[in-house]
Write a protein that binds this ligand. Structure first.
Ligand SMILES: [Ca+2]
Ligand SMILES: [Ca+2]
Ligand SMILES: [Ca+2]
Ligand SMILES: [Ca+2]
Length: 255
């Protein structure tokens, strides 16, 4: 073959190969490095941000128009909460209210991260609220033992209060140290309608249904009075509602 042809073919091949490699590299880089936003979407996003900015500026301006400091801060707080933007808390004048505003956003993050250790960083009333949120999930006071003394007492109070109400057992309220919480605990139990047999029907309801308020399964068919009335629509006073030889507990599985 002519030497001249060989040189031309080699050059063409080399250029094609380089071009191919360049295009391959481009196609690999493009999707990860620069994702081009659709210009129409980009413009409408900018427009929306601009409108939001102007609206916020005007709203905050209204808060500045001849209001006392207290009213001004109330006005600003409402705007901050409606747009859920913690940065805007800085526009609040009163330092204590500013902290409350900022921490109201922080506490939500701590709860969603499920990280109790961060509650102690809070300086406002959100500190207690943050801890309480975790304590109320504890089943017994033994889960409080590893805590610092102040948190340990609060933890015990919250757990005892919860269990007293759950079991309708007023004696558990006496283990609550904080007097206000102790009184609340007792009041709630004393005013709560009684359910002596714990079948989820109050004694008063049992009287109206004719069931026994001290027996959770009046007819002894294996289904509780509550379940017969509200779940299975069977007679809580008859073992065999349909009279077909199958007791109500078996009948519910046949249906
Ligand atoms: Ca009952
Ligand atoms: Ca009963
Ligand atoms: Ca029954
Ligand atoms: Ca029955």
């Amino acid at each position: 073959m002519n030497k001249k042809y060989i040189i031309i073919i080699s050059t063409v091949l080399l250029i094609s190969l380089s071009l191919g490699l360049f295009m391959l590299a481009q196609s690999k880089i493009k999707p990860t490095s620069i994702v081009q936003e659709d210009p129409i979407i980009a413009q409408s996003r900018l427009d929306y941000e601009k409108i939001r900015e102007v609206k916020l500026a005007q709203d905050f301006d209204k808060c500045n128009q001849g209001l006392t400091e207290i009213k001004h801060d109330e006005c600003v707080s409402k705007i901050v909460m409606s747009v859920s933007d913690p940065v805007l808390c800085d526009k609040i004048i009163d330092e204590a209210k500013k902290s409350l505003c900022t921490e109201s956003f922080v506490v939500n993050n701590i709860i969603s991260e499920n990280n109790i250790s961060k509650c102690s960083s809070l300086k406002t009333s959100f500190n207690e609220l943050c801890f309480d949120n975790f304590f109320k999930e504890y089943k017994g006071v033994d889960e409080c033992v590893s805590l610092e003394s102040r948190e340990k007492q609060r933890c015990g109070d919250v757990v005892n209060n919860k269990n007293a109400i759950l079991k309708s057992d007023i004696s558990i309220c006496d283990n609550v140290v904080d007097n206000n919480l102790k009184n609340d605990c007792k009041n709630i139990i004393e005013t709560k309608p009684k359910d002596a047999d714990g079948d989820n029907l109050t004694d008063q309801e049992e009287n109206s249904y004719g069931t026994n308020p001290t027996n959770s399964d009046t007819d002894g068919d294996g289904l509780s009075d509550y379940d017969e009335i509200f779940k299975y629509n069977t007679n809580p006073l008859k073992k065999d509602t349909k009279g077909n030889g199958y007791g109500d507990a078996i009948q519910k599985n046949i249906k």
